[in-house]
Design a protein around this ligand. Structure first.
Ligand code: ATP
Ligand code: MG
Length: 427
């Protein structure tokens, strides 16, 4: 372990979110150890803006929960506390310990493939550090003296731009196969290299991903592709045979037809640009792109079996969405948008006069139109449909404005339909 005193690093409290600082000080004042840990420290040391701030403490989840009125206990596999400040959530984890004592055996659990099913053994900071995934994530900023503690050579790996797992890579991947995705995610985001012993087992162990609940993998897909480094991430995922674990049918289509690869690549370049410009992206658009090859290929197969084109298309969209649920389960609010994007394509291409206005004023018009443009951009021959819709929007800007203001009107809550506040982080 190495201690880097305040004067030798340039993390200042001003760089840390006000709420995270509040949490750290409150814990300290109550007599507990409190550290900023993981991505927050890593990104600040690299001069980047952390996406979120995670806190580690020696207080138990119950003690943390008692200390903050605005907090709730979450998780079973890995118990944590969320301290909630409006939309900002600070995650507070209790320092984890070793599993090999008697108490540890009760509080942790491992499956036959070596996967950690539960990890609620608490311990010291030294023990906690070796349970973290990568050395560059085993960095702790201590609120007591503003020093940074680096374990397992974290700070050196940060300087050498190295993604290196702590401990024996195979064991660590077996404990939690999502770490393979995380290795790729950090390599793409930070433009780091995955160390050779950390990279070596990935291709072979990639199939362990099938043991991860599909809902967790959906969350990981969002983190992988909506952080602004999607193009790089996709390249690495394919290289390490991880993409085929998330989207098996898509991977198969990609191997057979280069058009699909170009389309995905164009979509990811556009997405990264949008994020760089501070715009938002819906996961539905991304899924509509990733699964589009499957829709077209399934449609072809159904048509070859004698089904009429329109019916085949319709059945293909349903089949593809339902098959994907087994791999990364897509929440319903997104599947509806994916469907809308796909279902609109024929109508957008045809430009039937009677339907123009309703197509244009649909709340998800923009996503469907962007999808049309993407197809054209990739080289599909759509008889100028994209350009036509661009012009049509310009000529009918007032209709769009009208529809938007009507939608705002509809969204205004009435006292009669005020629902109880949903629990869980805002999405
Ligand atoms: P970012 O927030 O930028 O995605 P991060 O490193 O902060 O990156 P989080 O998912 O926020 O990632 O997790 C916070 C910290 O918790 C990590 O830095 C790491 O130390 C630890 N951690 C998270 N997931 C795992 C895991 N699967 N195995 C071991 N440690 C993990
Ligand atoms: Mg984080």
């Amino acid at each position: 372990m190495q201690i880097i005193p305040r004067k030798e690093h340039d993390i200042s409290r001003d760089d840390i979110s006000e709420n995270a600082v509040k949490v750290l000080y409150r814990l300290k004042k109550a007599g507990y150890e409190a550290y900023l840990v993981g991505g927050g420290v890593r990104d600040l040391l690299l001069g980047m803006h952390p996406k979120d701030f995670d806190v580690a403490t020696n207080a138990s989840p119950e003690q943390v929960n008692k200390l903050f009125r605005n907090s709730r206990l979450i998780g079973r596999r890995f118990r944590l506390v969320h301290v909630v400040y409006g939309r900002d959530v600070i995650e507070v984890a209790t320092l984890r310990g070793h599993h090999d004592n008697a108490e540890g055996k009760q509080q942790s659990k491992t499956s036959d493939s070596g996967m950690l099913l539960r990890d609620n053994v608490y311990g010291t900071i030294d023990e906690d550090a070796v349970r973290r995934d990568f050395t560059i994530n085993a960095l702790y900023y201590d609120i007591k003296d503003f020093s940074v503690r680096s374990y397992e050579g974290g700070i050196q790996d940060l300087k050498r731009k190295n993604i290196r797992l702590i401990g024996d890579p195979e064991t660590r991947y077996r404990e939690d196969p999502v770490r393979m995705l995380r290795a790729v995610r950090f390599a793409a985001k930070l433009n780091f290299k995955i160390a050779s012993n950390t990279a070596a087992p990935i291709k072979e162990l990639a199939p362990l991903m099938s043991n991860i609940p599909a809902a967790r993998l959906f969350d990981e897909v969002i983190k992988l592709f909506l952080a602004g480094y999607a193009q790089n991430t996709f390249k690495l995922l394919e290289e390490y045979k991880l993409f085929e674990q998330l989207f098996p049918h898509t991977q198969q289509c990609l191997n057979e037809n280069d058009f699909y690869r170009r389309m995905i690549n164009n979509a990811l370049v556009n997405s990264d640009e949008r994020i760089a410009q501070g715009k938002t992206l819906t996961p539905a658009f991304l899924y509509a792109v990733f699964l589009w090859p499957c829709v077209l290929e399934t449609q072809k197969t159904l048509e070859a079996q004698g089904m009429p084109a329109a019916a085949a298309y319709h059945q293909a969209t349903s089949q593809v969405l339902s098959n994907q649920q087994a791999h990364t389960s897509v929440p319903r609010r997104f599947t509806e948008v994916i469907r809308h994007i796909w279902d609109s394509q024929r109508r957008l291409e045809r430009r039937v006069k009677k339907h123009l206005e309703s197509i244009l004023t649909h709340p998800k018009f923009r996503a469907a139109y962007d999808f049309l443009l993407l197809r054209e951009q990739t080289g599909e021959e759509l008889a100028g449909a994209g350009k036509w819709w661009t012009q049509y929007q310009k000529d009918n800007a007032h209709l769009i404005e009208q529809a938007k203001s009507q939608a705002r009107e509809r969204r205004k809550p009435r006292s009669s339909d005020r629902r109880p506040r949903r629990r869980g982080p805002a999405q």
